[in-house]
Design a protein around this ligand. Structure first.
Ligand code: DP6
Length: 332
């Protein structure tokens, strides 16, 4: 019997503490700046890929997704094409994929969704690619996907070309007991996809200033992460999120990713802190979802407070997690 060319993988979403916003090269997804993130334990994608000589074309299925855009299918087929080229084969594949959270709302669904397809396709064909090489391959599918390959706390080093732009671990998951308590405020997909947002960043007159300031910010955040200085870390994190959104707001056309509930949460987080009730800091990617970062000792209290805010749909507590990996249970 022919060997089954099939594998299933799991990959986390990640939250950026220092954001990737603006590309030096859109084709190869070389970013304009380094970014720093944490892999999330309870927000992830699963994917099974099987290459099969019986198939005439690639078959892509999303479990429990009402809307699937043609571009999403095309992006997955491009991943398959890259992996087929590496393996030197032409076989078509069946892909079944599932997210455990709403996509395109500011939870890095392209990070988990495209890193998981990349790894599953490689493993299905028995390609031993890992580490930096795997991160580079995932980067070609989606920039943030490069950061879902290593475990724990991660830095994507922008590099200067195709071969030196990849993400590496800076601290393992157990380094620091912090949590990302995610407040999902909508199940609707955002109107401006991140890829489009990146392409508008240069139209903001503040983008040059932002990019110039990033190396010092990266240095500062790594220092406080190493020292586990939560207050100093939180201050950098929150300011950084507002800075990325300042670029979005002042792009042409302007992009406003927040909803009224997003803003209500931002205000509450600051109020709880000012009153000495709870120390947490918000960060927001390209969508209305709010990621509230706290120390793990405060996570239940924070989650309860977030659930009480009118308009919060769901709250998910995340710890630093493993990156993309192979698992045994297939989806088909
Ligand atoms: C706002 O990775 O979604 O989440 O490379 O075009 O797929 P593409 O963009 P994507 O960028 C999203 C960036 C961000 C901030 C961040 O996570 O660093």
């Amino acid at each position: 019997m022919a060997k089954l060319l099939k594998a299933t993988c799991k990959s986390p979403a990640n939250i950026a503490f220092i954001k990737y916003w603006g590309k030096a090269d859109p084709q190869t997804r070389i970013p304009q700046n380094n970014s720093i993130s944490m892999c999330l334990s309870n927000l992830y994608s699963l994917c099974t890929v099987e290459f099969n000589s019986q198939l005439r074309k690639d078959e892509i299925q999303f479990i429990k997704e009402k809307t699937v855009l043609t571009e999403e299918i095309e992006r997955i087929i491009k991943v398959l094409d890259r992996v087929r080229d590496l393996a030197g084969i032409k076989l078509k594949a069946k892909v079944v994929t599932q997210n455990n959270f709403p996509k395109a709302t500011g939870i890095a669904s392209s990070a988990s969704g495209l890193s998981v397809v990349t790894l599953a396709a490689c493993r299905a064909l028995g390609l031993p690619i890992k580490g930096k090489e795997l991160s580079k391959l995932a980067r070609l599918a989606s920039g943030t996907a490069s950061r879902s390959i290593p475990s724990g706390f991660v830095e994507w080093q922008k590099g200067t070309n195709e071969s030196n732009s990849y993400a590496i671990q800076i601290f393992p998951p157990e380094h620091w007991q912090i949590a990302d308590v995610v407040a999902i405020v909508t199940y609707k997909m955002k109107k401006v996809p991140s890829t489009q947002g990146h392409s508008l960043a240069h139209t903001s007159s503040f983008q040059k200033t932002r990019i110039t300031g990033i190396p010092a910010k990266i240095k500062a955040i790594k220092k406080v992460m190493k020292a586990k200085d939560f207050a100093a870390f939180g201050r950098i994190l929150e300011k950084e999120a507002l800075e990325m959104h300042a670029i979005c707001l002042t792009s042409t056309p302007s992009i406003l990713y927040w909803s009224p509930v997003t803003m209500a949460i931002m205000r509450q987080v600051q109020t709880w802190r000012d009153k000495g009730e709870l120390e947490s800091y918000f960060t927001i990617d390209a969508g209305p979802t709010v990621h509230v970062i706290c120390q793990q000792k405060d996570e239940q209290k924070l989650a309860a407070k977030l659930r009480k805010i009118s308009g919060t749909e769901r709250v998910v507590i995340n710890h630093p997690s493993l990156g993309a990996r192979q698992i045994d249970q297939h989806l088909f």
